[in-house]
Ligand binder design. Structure first.
Ligand code: ATP
Ligand code: MG
Length: 570
């Protein structure tokens, strides 16, 4: 490919609203252009990267026995009504009507369509298991489309669905996808981790997210510092170890204490000269069915996802002032478990071992001292309901947990019989008995993977593509456009490399060499070959590796062979 024929409009500056590095660089290097919030044009350089990622994805899905198909983006509302999701999916679902006033949606995901397909055409255990996938645009009217390709409203996803006879089959399909995902992201040259994630209260059991580690990641993950332990979890999910009671301190007499207008943990600890670890924080939550009191140590935060799962409800929200007043008789900041009536008391594991704690007294401007769980109040449910932090022990091996930011590039999920039951997808087993098909779903954000690769591979000058997904492998730059000998040699190198199967771009633009070098670095070709006067005289070419900056002088006749070898190393 010749640079004069390529649409790769580079920019000196990125628009001010581009917050993360991948967004800035993909815009500046001419890979993408914005059409609307969360909607982009993918320019030719992008297409080349995306094609490579898709190819890797296809090869790894096929290796595990996946079969590619293509389902419609336009999905009739009836199917979504059948699964019950038309009403619960919410404003993220792009909805539209046809000329006959019938409701449709633009597919954010394809469980409804594929389960219906399988319901119609698969009816015997002999046809199972099945792994079916597609690569296609998805539509989600995200509340905050941002970070360029990271969180789009139209984006490219690979979605695979597994269909098995039973849980054992599902386990097998899940393992296959776990392996396939690991291979995909390894082959893309990414530094990533599979992490345990939360599967939500409704449907599904096990799930892992594949996180590319990067500062700009929206997700927070905790992982074990011990390299030999592979524990890693999304912060929503990370578990605490329940530690035994210390039980050393003897219980003192319960006492009331005027605390003026001190409401927060900070205010109370300062006023009383105590530590947050001595405070039992009492928070009232409203769920869709009840009000509950949630107790955590003063220096901890409630993990609302854990709470939601524990209670098996649809929503949990902090109670408002009116509810607090009604339940405790006091205003916000003075709630406590002692004498609290009519609500369940849910305490975090740590709370049970705090001796002589401070709590609210359910009276304005008053706290209680020397509160002892068990003696002064009883706990209805004792469970892990708090957010675990870095530095705490790993629940698997006891070493320290570390924190990192991650970009979710893929997720694998055991659905079980959720959709097959809702949509009536059954099969006949060997004895002729109808059973629900057991499903799993597995997504890879293809366009997000491209952005994540840039987040992880860049420097001051631009993108540094991993060779496996680089838009081109090599750029050949003649230094002086007026020198026919340089042009001739550059043409020759370009033709020979291309013939040897190396994806090469010849920068034949009528630009100064400095401009070409800058663009080459910005776009991020793994290798750059410079053809200057010395190259012509000595028949020796300068090959520069984008990542290391290392320069190798290579004689003209060895260039193809050397470049092929260098690419293998990258
Ligand atoms: P997120 O939590 O980031 O919103 P999700 O859990 O809703 O993502 P899934 O339904 O698991 O996403 O979709 C599978 C994959 O599709 C994700 O792992 C991610 O890589 C990608 N993806 C999801 N939403 C977007 C988006 N708005 N833009 C780009 N890629 C996305
Ligand atoms: Mg997800």
């Amino acid at each position: 490919m010749r640079a004069t024929a390529l649409l790769a409009p580079t920019l000196r500056e990125a628009p001010a609203d581009a917050e993360v590095v991948s967004h800035r660089l993909l815009l500046r290097a001419g890979f993408i252009r914005r059409v609307a919030a969360g909607v982009y044009n993918y320019l030719p350089l992008s297409m080349r990267v995306l094609k490579k990622i898709k190819r890797i994805v296809r090869e790894e899905m096929d290796r595990q026995g996946g079969q590619e198909l293509l389902m419609p983006i336009l999905q009739p509302a009836e199917l979504w009504r059948e699964s019950g999701r038309w009403d619960v999916y919410g404003p993220e679902l792009f909805r539209l009507k046809d000329r006959h006033d019938r409701d449709f949606a633009l597919g954010p995901t394809h469980e409804e369509i594929i389960t219906t397909l399988v319901r119609g055409d698969v009816n015997s255990y002999k046809q199972l298991p099945l792994l079916l996938y597609q690569i296609q645009n998805k539509y989600r009217d995200e509340r905050r489309p941002r970070f360029g390709l990271m969180r789009g409203r139209e984006f490219i996803m690979k979605d695979l669905y597994s269909f098995d006879c039973d849980e054992k089959g599902l386990e097998n399909s899940y393992m296959k996808m776990h392996e396939a995902y690991t291979r995909v992201f390894q082959r893309c040259g990414l530094h990533f981790r599979p992490v345990e994630a939360d599967s939500g209260a409704i449907g599904g059991s096990e799930t892992h997210e594949f996180m590319v580690l990067a500062e700009s990641g929206e997700a927070s993950i905790l992982f074990c510092e011990d390299e030999s332990c592979d524990y890693a979890a999304n912060v929503e999910r990370a578990a605490q170890i329940s530690r035994p009671d210390n039980g050393k301190e003897s219980m003192n007499e319960l006492a009331e204490k005027e605390t003026q207008d001190c409401r927060t943990v900070e205010e109370v600890t300062r006023f009383l000269g105590t530590h947050p670890q001595k405070i039992i924080k009492t928070l009232l939550y409203e769920t869709d069915t009840e009000v509950v009191a949630v107790l955590v140590r003063g220096d901890r935060d409630v993990n609302e996802i854990k709470l939601l799962n524990l209670l098996g409800c649809l929503r949990v929200d902090l109670a408002g002032e009116n509810t607090i007043k009604k339940v405790t008789g006091a205003s916000r900041g003075f709630s406590g478990p002692v004498g609290l009536q009519g609500v369940k008391i849910i305490a975090d594991l740590e709370v049970s071992s705090i001796a002589n704690a401070v709590t609210g007294a359910n009276k304005d401007h008053v706290h209680l001292l020397n509160v002892n769980p068990g003696r002064d109040f009883s706990i209805d449910i004792l469970a892990d309901i708090r957010i675990v932090e870095a530095g705490e022990p790993c629940p698997r091996c006891g070493q320290k947990l570390k924190e990192a930011r991650g970009i979710e590039v893929g997720q694998i999920f055991k659905l079980g019989d959720k959709y097959s039951k809702l949509l009536g997808a059954t099969y006949l087993d060997e004895s002729g008995k109808a059973k629900p098909i057991i499903m799993g779903c597995y997504g890879i954000g293809v366009s997000r993977t491209m952005a994540a690769a840039v987040e992880q591979n860049n420097d001051r000058d631009g993108i540094v593509w991993p060779a496996a997904i680089a838009p081109f492998h090599v750029v050949v730059i003649p230094v002086n456009n007026r020198d026919p000998e340089q042009i001739a040699l550059a043409e020759k190198v370009y033709t020979n490399l291309t013939a040897a199967g190396v994806e090469t771009i010849l920068d034949d633009r009528y630009e100064r060499a400095g401009v070409k070098f800058k663009d080459a670095d910005l776009i991020g070709y793994p290798l750059r070959i410079t053809v200057g006067s010395k190259a012509v005289l000595e028949k020796t070419l300068e090959v520069k590796a984008r990542r290391s900056g290392e320069i190798t002088m290579v004689s003209e006749e060895k260039i193809e062979q050397t470049v092929l070898e260098m690419l293998k190393e990258l």
